[in-house]
Unconditional design. Structure first.
Length: 84
């Protein structure tokens, strides 16, 4: 079961903590300008909308949108994330 306190935590991650979870999940080098919780997917993942500056070779004029999916592994009390 996901408790009310854990649910509150999982739905309130900020941009820095999402980058930390991604790095801990093997996706290093991410940094975000914004992060907003969107909802829970039908597969039970917590979806966040993020914006970031693309480092692809030159200065960008606008922020790029993206999504981060966070999975909660209850048996281990651990979270993993994946960019999309």
């Amino acid at each position: 079961m996901i408790t009310a306190d854990k649910l509150k935590e999982l739905t309130n991650y900020d941009r820095w903590y999402l980058a930390y979870i991604l790095a801990d999940s093997g996706y290093s080098g991410h940094s975000f300008e914004t992060a907003k919780f969107l909802g829970i997917t039908t597969g039970g993942e917590f979806c966040y909308r993020v914006t970031y500056w693309d480092d692809g070779g030159g200065p960008e004029e606008e922020l790029m949108p993206g999504e981060v999916f966070v999975r909660y592994i209850a048996g281990l009390d651990k979270v993993e994330a994946e960019p999309c």
